[in-house]
Ligand binder design. Sequence first.
Ligand code: C5P
Length: 401
Amino acid sequence: MLEGKNIILGITGGIAAYKSAMLLRLLVKAGAQVQVVITPNGKEFITPVTLSALSGRPVISEFFTANSGEWHSHVDLGLWADAMIVAPATASTLAKMATGVADNMLVTTYLSSKCPVFVAPAMDLDMMAHPSTTRNLATLRADGVRIIEAASGELASHLTGKGRMEEPEKIVAVLDAFFDGCGSRRLEGRKVLISAGPTRERIDPVRYIGNFSTGKMGYAIARRAAAEGAEVTLVSGPVGISIDDPAVKVVAVESAREMLAACEDAFADADIAIMAAAVADYAPAECAGRKIKREHCDFDEIKLVKNPDIAATLGSRKRPGQILVGFALETDNAAEHAAEKLVRKHLDMIVVNSLADAGAGFGTDTNKISIQYADGRPDGIFDLKSKDEVAADIIDAITRL
Ligand code: C5P
């Protein structure tokens, strides 16, 4: 989808700037024309020679070319671009973008741009967690900038935490999915409800029953549905990821009962509901008001009650024309279990994945699915793909219904 696209790659002064060379290489390989705009500090981390060789264009950093006095028009650049991506985006550049401090070519270009803008923050974990950075990111988000969240891992400071610039391959995948979604807006005007992540069922104020779901698949579906024009309500259990799309309303819940209430609310006027959450099957009959002390309690004796089945509840209330999609994550006999759920929960379509398949399931960035349909059309069988690509396949299958 990046073929022929004009992309401004903004590079700022962070250690992660070395990854920008790879990002540039991947963008060019995907067929994009890339104009690098680098801050004066950025040049301390990666040389314009490398970047101009990879992009095939002179790198822009100053307002004027020193020798000729030629003016670099940030206005023209801003109009030329189909997208702008600032990677790495340092705390300082994020602050300047959020407040309009246009003292370099990169921020000036940002302020002149008419295209979608993405930022991939990269900084030390304490800078990342600082209220000032949080505030600036919130401002940028509200201004419509799409944040490609920093990942967690080892940082340049040798500390470990959130602050690593997202990998170039993932940034390219985000841009690719964005342009892909722009091309086909098959869900324009549709309201889509998505459940995602795990639920937590409280035992006492410090303990809960939960599962390993990370929400990645559900969030990928939400991004894709929004990119295709849908108005999305994402009912999410506790996860460590976020979504930055004005078309996605996130309703954060904790327990299965809270998830049911939020889903019932949104289902009333939804056209499509996709149940991707891993809902805990049982909850403690009661949550202790205080921390249960080991000395006073035998944990073998926690009484459990069955949680509501959200998908089945919605299935029993489905209006004609509403589409309900479920998931079946199985360890064995996946196809048979899924077929039974399809009928019992009144689903129109069920996405089946098996923990027996390498690369499928919780926490991975990939998935391998098959799809069963209630109307008897043949099953869809798919290869192992990134969760973004799987999300595209799922949305594609839904639009065919
Ligand atoms: O029965 P099982 O948990 O395998 O069913 C999986 C499907 O049902 C998923 O779509 C899941 O989101 C949904 N589900 C639900 N509420 C539950 C259990 C599962 O919505 N309590």
